[in-house]
Ligand binder design. Structure first.
Ligand code: NAG
Ligand code: NAG
Ligand code: NAG
Ligand code: NAG
Ligand code: NAG
Length: 228
């Protein structure tokens, strides 16, 4: 460990000593910073205990609200439900549906069941749910006619923007992007599916994709500000 630190230290000292390599060092630092920020987290719901209801004790395996309160959720993260077909995984953006513990009256557009179809009991399965929309959303199991949900199989999370969605999760594709008139910042920006302020978001995605693009964007931004 000490050896590694010493080696890294002398390497970077060597780079810093050379003026011609200073720019490269700065660019490398920028790339490193961008790469370090591209991490997404998989949250295993309930930790090791998973997503289970014990019908003998009539209790959830974990206090899922407490579990959720101790996590930070960002766009592009996944919820991983280690569970069995005795529980269901319902995701909703509708608090009324969440409070009701049933999806009977729910709308297709704000409520989704992730493990529909398998009617055999006790089949182990893992369900992964990508977090694709910023803001509050809710999860519950509607099994046992809502008793599981009423007895703890329910939790609420707040999805933060974080670094935004990775391209692989940017589904469904948004309508074709129309370039707003340059320097007309008074216009309100178009709304995107992830509900974030799009001009900033798009900029950040491009920055992540290419440090060269970022430097160009910075130059244009500075030039734009100087023109005012
Ligand atoms: C997180 O889960 C997704 C979906 O199953 C998977 O593609 C990805 O590799 C996982 N990431 C990590 C770090 O485990
Ligand atoms: C479990 O709790 C529900 C109320 O939340 C109750 O209606 C049901 O009878 C209980 N079941 C058992 C087995 O105790
Ligand atoms: C919350 O997270 C911290 C750090 O990961 C951990 O030490 C603590 O035990 C957790 N608390 C609960 C209630 O899970
Ligand atoms: C799963 O549900 C079935 C039917 O209600 C029940 O017989 C079985 O004991 C349940 N399994 C567990 C592990 O609770
Ligand atoms: C939420 O769902 C309920 C039915 O569970 C429905 O009556 C209500 O209109 C929905 N709210 C919104 C804002 O869509």
């Amino acid at each position: 460990m000490i050896n590694q630190i010493g080696r890294v230290h002398s390497n970077s000292t060597g780079l810093m000593a050379s003026d011609t390599k200073l720019n490269l060092t700065v660019i490398a630092l920028l790339i490193t910073t961008v790469a370090a920020a591209t991490g997404y987290t998989n949250h295993t719901v309930g930790g090791d205990a998973g997503w289970f209801f014990d019908s003998n004790t009539n209790k959830s395996a974990v206090d899922y609200s407490s579990w959720a309160a101790n996590q930070t959720f960002n766009l592009g993260d996944y919820l991983v439900f280690r569970t069995s077909t005795n529980q269901t995984v319902i995701q909703t953006y509708n608090e009324t549906t969440y409070q009701s513990c049933t999806m009977d009256d729910a709308s297709d557009t704000d409520t989704f069941q992730y493990n529909g179809g398998n009617t055999d009991f006790d089949q182990l399965l893992t369900i992964t749910v990508p977090l694709t929309i910023e803001g509050t959303n809710y999860y519950f199991s509607d099994a046992d006619d809502g008793v599981q949900c009423q007895r703890g199989m329910a939790f609420e999370i707040l999805v933060n923007h974080g670094i935004g969605l990775p391209p692989s999760l940017n589904q469904p594709p948004p309508p074709p992007y129309v370039e707003p008139p340059a320097a007309d910042s008074a216009q309100s920006p178009p709304v995107t599916i992830s509900g974030v302020s799009p001009s900033l978001n798009n900029g950040a995605v491009e920055v992540g994709a290419d440090a060269g693009v970022m430097l160009c964007s910075l130059l244009f931004a500075v030039a734009g500000m100087l023109m005012f």
